[in-house]
Design a protein around this ligand. Structure first.
Ligand SMILES: Cc1ncc(COP(=O)(O)O)c(C=O)c1O
Length: 484
């Protein structure tokens, strides 16, 4: 315990002095190898068949440029290294990432944190193993458990009813579950939530340790935390065994590029994870995506990246301060721990979806997402203060304008506790039929229904369908249910 506190202090110091300390870590072995590849082209008779962009549609070249296409390749060729097994420049880049995040091992993923979650479920759970999963987990966690066949025990996070979202998970709720069911050997929580609510992972990790349960933290939305002490502390420093980061979401990597870290204290056999990744990950990883992970890590470790991140934090604080002066606007921040860069707001008189629509139509502003309850703004490393000033101005104007909208509730998270009557895998593979959603009330769902974002399931295989589910299922006519 004392050790964790010490680590946090020294880690914060490292973070604050990154530009000096990370000179070595700001190396970019994979980007450098790609540069060599670009300068010294070989005559290729291999995949990808477009052969450095020569075989693509001219409009595609015009759209993204011949340089990007010339670099579109997979591993195995041209001395760039391989991902599975990890060799060459790819291996070097992964090792640098592990060092930066303080992990025992880091794996680069080119098919999103979805694949990282699938691999963890596949590697660390077996049929009939009992696991404890946060009800607000991403659907990929459930898909992983459908594959493995583990038995799910549900952990219901706090409900922030005024905002129609899930909040934090309490360590004592986990302790209660682990005390009452000694068969549970793995706990899986999402932190932060999509809207930025943060749980006390240190306490949760202590509870897991006490009951000898492995702790996985899906930190998909927290990949920046490692790089600034004003942000929450990454679970890798707090006792989690495995942590997932979607670097592509906020870390500056390209879309689909993620990392899976095994922490220094993880006890499970890392070969199991390597094996699962080998089976579940694409066998043609995009070198562009892998290089973007190398670049994101190096950028955030550099003084330039540090400036970007400091600006993102300053901009978020600026927005939060200014928002207090906007009539009818509320920002989610009371009575919760949160990541300041994720700003969930609501405006009296408008649903989040209506506000999103006005921002897009009248101001050409796009936000991260919206529901009836609110709207999510991200203060990103790519945003400027001027953009935030414009957003504030827009919100001020909107708050003073009368809009003539019909109020329709169409997208609202039903925060109902699921009534689960069958195991996930059993329900998923049971004989099923597709029926009208209005006739499905009282029947057992056999599919995962989860709108993205945030990808939290509304209905799970094995869950009884209730009328409270229906408003959220606006884009569904039919639902797959277990045949009676
Ligand atoms: C908490 C969480 N985990 C995992 C994922 C999957 O991430 P990816 O889109 O990188 O596959 C998401 C996606 O939104 C998410 O919100």
């Amino acid at each position: 315990m004392t050790k964790l506190v010490d680590e946090k202090i020294s880690f914060a110091a490292i973070k604050d002095n990154l530009c000096d300390l990370f000179n070595g870590n700001a190396k970019t072995p994979l980007i450098d190898a790609m540069q060599v590849y670009k300068k010294e082209p070989m005559i290729g008779f291999h995949i990808p068949g477009h052969n450095r962009g020569k075989g693509v549609h001219p409009k595609m070249i015009e759209l993204i440029g011949s340089d990007a296409l010339a670099l579109d390749c997979t591993d195995e060729f041209d001395n760039l290294g391989t991902l599975h097994p990890s060799t060459g420049a790819i291996d070097e880049a992964q090792k640098l990432a592990a060092k930066t995040y303080g992990a025992k091992r880091t794996f680069f993923i080119t098919s999103g944190s979805t694949s990282a979650n699938l691999a963890l479920a596949f590697a660390l759970t077996s049929p009939f193993d009992e696991v404890l999963i946060g009800r607000n987990c991403h659907r990929s966690v459930l898909t992983g458990l459908i594959i493995s066949g583990a038995k799910v025990n549900w952990l219901i996070p706090k409900k922030l009813k005024d905002w129609s979202i899930f909040g934090n998970i309490e360590a004592q709720d986990i302790e209660e579950k682990l005390k009452n069911n000694r068969n549970i050997k793995l706990v899986w929580v999402t932190n932060p939530t999509y809207e930025g609510v943060v749980s006390d992972i240190k306490k949760i990790a202590e509870v897991c340790k006490k009951y000898k349960a492995t702790l996985i933290v899906d930190e998909a939305h927290g990949s920046l935390w490692n790089y600034n002490s004003k942000l929450p502390t990454t679970a890798l420093q707090l006792g989690a065994d495995a942590v997932v980061h979607s670097l592509h979401k906020t870390g500056g990597a390209m879309t689909q590029a993620s990392m899976l870290h095994l922490s220094k204290n993880s006890k499970f056999d890392e070969e199991k994870v390597i094996h699962a990744l080998k089976l579940l990950h694409t066998t043609s990883p995009s070198l562009l995506l892998l290089a973007s992970l190398d670049g994101a890590r190096a950028n955030l470790s550099s003084s330039t990246g540090q400036k970007m991140l400091n600006n993102a934090i300053e901009n978020a604080l600026f927005f939060r301060k200014e928002a207090k002066n906007i009539e009818n606007l509320t920002v989610l921040e009371k009575n919760i721990d949160f990541d300041i860069t994720k700003i969930f707001i609501k405006m009296k008189g408008l649903t989040g979806l209506q506000l999103e629509y006005i921002l897009e139509r009248d101001y050409k502003i796009e936000v991260e997402s919206a529901s009836d309850a609110g709207l999510l703004i991200l203060s990103n490393i790519g945003n400027s203060k001027t953009e935030f000033e414009y957003l504030i101005k827009a919100l001020k104007e909107i708050s003073k304008t009368k809009y003539d909208f019909e109020h329709k509730n169409i997208k609202i998270m039903p925060l109902i506790d699921p009534e689960i009557v069958m195991n996930l895998r059993e329900a998923y593979f049971a004989p099923k039929e597709s029926i009208d959603k209005f006739e499905a009330i009282g029947r057992i769902s056999s599919e995962v229904v989860a709108l993205c974002p945030p990808g939290i399931s509304i209905l799970l295989p094995g869950e009884i369908i209730k009328k409270e589910h229906l408003p959220y299922l606006f884009s569904y006519d039919k639902i797959e249910v277990i045949r009676e």
